[in-house]
Design a protein. Structure first.
Length: 125
């Protein structure tokens, strides 16, 4: 599977490169300690899972069809994610570095605008 929606922490690992892969870009999105100028203890992420999984699969298929062959892995955390913890990872591998950077940015934009994952800041007392 090329994506995971889970409350599990995001691992810090890199697997061996496949033949022909020359670049990997990995984006880590970390929960900041403030939202709209107010201190937060974290963010509570919710999802409509059946639709989100369908949309992520379609997004990956669209990415491969429109941007050529590449490997991608996306993990988005669900539930409460504390400040300074990683909430999303997008890992893209391609033959060349410029492609990997462009695709990683494209996936992030598409996830934020199309996938039904909502965030609710948990404000500190």
């Amino acid at each position: 599977m090329s994506f995971v929606l889970s409350s599990d922490p995001i691992p810090d690992k890199t697997s061996a490169f496949a033949a022909g892969e020359g670049a990997e870009v990995r984006f880590l999105g970390v929960v900041r300690g403030s939202e709209d100028g107010r201190t937060i203890s974290g963010i509570d992420y919710s999802v409509y899972q059946p639709m989100a999984e369908k949309m992520l699969q379609e997004l990956i298929e669209s990415g491969r069809a429109g941007h050529g062959p590449h490997d991608v892995f996306i993990q988005h955390r669900l539930g409460f994610v504390a400040s300074e913890d990683v909430s999303i990872v997008i890992q893209v591998r391609t033959r060349h570095s410029a492609e990997a950077f462009d695709l990683c940015r494209w996936y992030l934009k598409e996830i934020k605008t199309r996938v039904p994952i909502w965030k609710r800041p948990v404000f500190a007392p």
